[in-house]
Design a protein around this ligand. Structure first.
Ligand SMILES: [Zn+2]
Length: 230
């Protein structure tokens, strides 16, 4: 997909009681806007900024739907999909609203893996994906630290790469575990952090939907041995 570097947010992602405050914090009056711009990204170099309201993407108007009665990412997801379907090698033109004026920026996005990553602010331990978005919870990140974030992220990214969508069974979990090790190596991690994580935390986390923790560790270690042998 084309990676713009825009972190897009819709006011609807907040519950109605927080929307006025969200607008004030985010800095735009439109239903959808830019929450942040990845430094050095194509959008950043083109001059798009946090607080810009989103009006159109390649002449396609950003759909303004009636506000959702409860917190919902539907509008944000729809706008993201407007970008995802564009060819990754072609320029993108974004029309934005900034301080009551409209600004138009054209830039060449880079090609990226079709995945979105979100941190969910909650005390619950969450590491999941739905075919489009990978979510880890703040509790997971705080409790387990950087290596565990890499392990969980690689596993969920593997589900996306393998196009598992929402289907999860022991076989797809095994495939994701195996590919996760290769993704870790590609990102310069020692793949041994994966079996290490499960040895350390498997007993408390359990293995619902997966093989037993011990079997999982054995599969991970067998794959690492095979990788080393190659
Ligand atoms: Zn999984």
């Amino acid at each position: 997909m084309p990676a713009t570097g825009l972190v897009i947010v819709a006011i609807d992602q907040y519950p109605p009681a927080l929307r006025a405050q969200a607008r004030a914090e985010l800095g735009f009056v439109f239903p959808v806007g830019v929450e942040a711009v990845v430094p050095g990204s194509a959008a950043d170099r083109a001059g798009l900024r946090a607080g810009d309201g989103l009006l159109a993407i390649n002449d396609q108007v950003v759909a303004f739907m009636p506000h959702a009665p409860a917190a919902s990412s539907a509008v944000r997801d729809q706008v993201e999909r407007q970008i995802i379907v564009l060819p990754s090698g072609a320029p993108i033109t974004i029309a934005a609203a900034r301080a009551g004026r409209s600004v138009t920026k054209t830039f060449e996005p880079s090609a990226a893996c079709r995945a979105r990553f979100e941190v969910v602010p909650t005390d619950k331990l969450i590491a999941r994906s739905d075919g489009e978005t990978i979510q880890l919870s703040s509790a997971y990140i705080e409790r387990f630290g950087d290596d565990a974030v890499a392990v969980a992220f690689a596993h969920e990214l593997a589900h996306l790469v393998l196009q598992h969508g929402l289907k999860a069974n022991k076989q797809t979990e095994r495939e994701a575990d195996r590919l996760s090790l290769h993704l870790l190596v590609s990102a310069d991690y020692d793949p041994a952090i994966a079996p290490h994580f499960w040895r350390e935390h498997g007993a408390s986390l359990g293995s619902r939907g997966h093989d037993s923790v011990n079997k999982r560790i054995k599969l991970l270690e067998a794959e690492i041995a095979a990788m080393n042998a190659r």
